[in-house]
Design a protein around this ligand. Structure first.
Ligand code: PMP
Length: 438
């Protein structure tokens, strides 16, 4: 009974102890692309932890760096003084970030990166005497974490409904999935990107453009079920933002650090945002850390304030934490030496072919993919949306693969070290689960 109570005392809305009350599914070890469960089963990790363990599990190089750092300098305040590692890390990151997104601000999670980015956007305009720009624009079905700003610009209805209106002054663009004609597309949907992006012009028409600070989008929406932007969409958003002096923020918490086969999605789409948020893959998911990147003019404007050195504008106790920086530097070493930031491009055709092999299975209504991410959309059961997706997920786990599901969409985003044979195994397990699910 005590054991039971302890399990229930750990509070998280969707975790193992609520969905699997009598026999919680617990992972106790991990190595490469596999987890081991408490009952000794090996599970192929089809979701890179939670879209984060890009270099695979059990990387001793990161563990060693963390241990060394903890014994050498466990913590240093980031106010009034510093330590060398964030500077080193910022310089290393500037070598791989797109364009001149060369200034880093370190956080502890994706949610913090998003809230930081939104504040930077508003602060930037105000520093330029443009304080009327307070409105923010997100996207339907967008996910930007759970902090106040991120929840507000986020557009997944279920995530918001418990919290009322959240922040005022926010609108949501229509989502790309409204384009349905592109079912079973390999790579990017071709049609309709520009018209879809013109939804932004319509929102701007409703409010004065001079009241809008920023638009935030995930280049590929992950959490809502791998929603791909049609060709031309992001470029047109960029053009519209430029025309109206609105900042464009890419939330690359999932797409960053190699997921699409390029270091960042901005590289893949060849569209440069003004601000880019990251986390997850930055430290291979081993230690909590995020980073926000901005272009020089934004950095310079933002850093004009605060007026007094006694005040400070924004920062966390753990910004640039020495242990997190050490983990990130070791992770970047691995990414560079093993070519992982572009390996996804070589593996993508394998995932694409395997995933599209599922299209003839019962209830599969769409398959879509880009780089090392794929979404398999299932027809919802009448009156029970999400039940089929969950059942496929559960059967996969029982048969040796961990895959993410959102409602009736199965998402595959394996570690970037996965090989073609393992991709085949992963998709075979998904296929069997779909076949066995009524
Ligand atoms: N933005 C995006 C695009 C995400 O996918 C996530 C997490 N899945 C977040 C923000 C929030 O990150 P975290 O959970 O680390 O706060």
């Amino acid at each position: 009974a005590r054991d039971r109570q302890q399990r229930e005392a750990f509070w998280m809305p969707f975790t193992a102890n609520r969905q699997f009350k009598d026999n919680p599914r617990l992972l106790v070890a991990a190595e490469g692309v596999h987890y081991t469960t408490a009952d000794g089963r090996r599970i192929l990790d089809g979701q890179a932890g939670l879209w984060c363990v890009n270099a695979g599990h059990g990387r001793t190089r990161i563990a060693d760096a963390v241990q060394r750092q903890m014994t050498e300098l466990d913590f240093a305040p980031s106010f009034n003084m510093g330590h060398p590692l964030p500077f080193e890390l910022a310089n290393r990151l500037a070598e791989i970030t797109p364009g001149d997104l060369n200034y880093s601000f370190f956080t502890n999670s994706g949610s913090e990166s998003v809230d930081t980015a939104l504040k930077i956007a508003i602060g930037y305009h105000r520093a330029r005497g443009d304080g009327g720009r307070q409105r923010l624009i997100g996207r339907e079905r967008g996910y930007h974490g759970v902090n106040f700003g991120g929840s507000s610009v986020g557009g997944i209805v279920g995530n918001r409904k418990q919290f009322g209106t959240l922040l005022p002054g926010i609108d949501h663009l229509p989502h790309t999935l409204n384009i349905k004609a592109n079912a079973f597309t390999r790579g990017l949907p071709v049609e309709g990107g520009e018209e879809l992006a013109d939804g932004l012009e319509r929102l701007i028409g409703l409010h004065d453009a001079s009241t809008i600070a920023a638009v935030i989008v995930e280049p590929v929406a992950g959490s809502a079920g791998v929603l791909l932007p049609p060709k031309g969409y992001l470029r047109r958003l960029r053009e519209i933002c430029d025309r109206h002096g609105i900042l464009l923020i890419f939330d690359e918490v999932i797409t960053g650090y190699g997921r699409l086969g390029t270091p960042f999605a901005a590289h893949y789409f060849d569209v440069l945002p003004d601000i880019m948020t990251t986390a997850k893959g930055l430290t291979n998911g081993n230690v909590p850390m995020g980073a926000v990147f901005v272009r020089p003019h934004i950095y310079e404007a933002f850093m004009q304030g605060p007026e007094s050195l006694i005040e400070f504008a924004h920062g966390y106790t753990y910004s640039g934490h020495p242990v997190a920086c050490a983990a990130a530097l070791a992770t970047l070493d691995i990414y560079t030496e093993e070519g992982l930031l572009t390996r996804g491009a070589a593996m993508a055709p394998h995932l694409e072919d395997a995933a599209h092999g599922l299209r003839e299975l019962p209830h599969v209504i769409d398959v879509r993919n880009l780089g090392l991410v794929a979404g398999i959309e299932l027809e919802p059961r009448p009156g029970a949306p999400g039940a089929r997706g969950f059942e496929v997920h559960r059967r996969c786990f029982d048969n040796g693969a961990l895959v993410r599901y959102t409602g009736d969409i199965i998402a595959l985003s394996p570690p970037l070290i996965i090989n073609p044979t393992q991709i085949g195994e992963l998709v075979d397990i998904v296929a069997a689960a779909i076949r066995d699910t009524a």
